[in-house]
Write a protein that binds this ligand. Sequence first.
Ligand code: C2E
Ligand code: CA
Ligand code: CA
Length: 339
Amino acid sequence: FGILLKDLKTQEDTFVVCIKLLNELSKPYETQQGKISLSFNIGLSFFPDDAKTAKDLINKAQIALADAKTKGENQVGFFRKQIEQESSRKLKLKAELELALLNNEFIIYYQPYVDKNKKISGAESLLRWKKGANIISPGEFLPILEETSLIVDVENNLFEQVLKDIKEFNIVRYIPISINLSLQSLMLKHIKDLIITNLKYHNVDETLLKIEILERAFLNDFNYIKRLIDEFRQNGIYFALDDFGTGYSSLSYLTRLNVEFLKIDISFIKDLQNDKTKNIVKSIIYLAKSLNIKTIAEGVEELLQFDTLKSMDCDYFQGYLFYKPMPKDKFFELLKNGG
Ligand code: C2E
Ligand code: CA
Ligand code: CA
């Protein structure tokens, strides 16, 4: 049999379909002579990665099928081994992440940002996965959370936690906290109401919450995001443009988006000794100033970078030179001791 699967979101989804197929097909068949069990094997190839013509695609699927048969009955084989390994790794991770959500293993680290006098002006909440004794950074699992709708639930939980934490921080110091919101969360119909209702419920001042969004979030639907930013702003909640300068940034966006902060991407800061880069950063800061937008430099690790950025009149600085992301209790202690 040949089966054509169309419009699947991810390559590992084919794997899920195959397992379901095999489960169904391997159920016994009732015949007049009694029950008959059959075994099946499946070979997979992908268009256009593995082959570009129908004939070639079938050939590659047949090679994959031969490989599946060497593994035994009811097995799935991929034309490319890499995909096979990647698919099963992702599926395993997906299952682990679903459990992690149920078990409240997602926690928040806080990373302060400072002003020109190194005084803490605010902090960013950053997702971590507490897996046993290990603390895992989002780079390893965020793409999977985003592929599934899990990210929405994770961010919702984090937000609740952030609100509780803000109240505690507030006892020792009035300090704004930023959350990172994925495109999926931003696209929720009721996202604005959800956030505003929660702020009210927890009795948290709306000026204490900042929302960071990535540039690629508004490439999809610029007008929707623009409207969202404006509506939030009317309610006293301000946005920051994250990772500014990476990829598709267009300066015309900047003039049209009503954001409070612009976060200059770490890649520029790393390359600040390069004169060209230095001039770009200078221009970004200059432009932001003229639009009344405050700038935060990300990933400041060296004193020289700090001095250079200060001389360009950058407003805020975030990076290992000052503070690394830290657990809530540590951040609370820091605030208590004057930060
Ligand atoms: P981001 O929003 O750009 O966050 C800054 C990242 O840079 C953080 O990585 C932080 O630990 C790291 N960093 C800070 N200072 C320095 C430095 O001086 N040097 C270097 N090399 N790195 C520095 P982290 O915590 O691993 O987070 C990675 C990304 O994951 C974040 O990048 C953000 O895009 C995403 N993320 C984190 N939490 C959430 C969340 O709750 N929701 C969503 N959608 N994304 C999140
Ligand atoms: Ca961020
Ligand atoms: Ca960033």
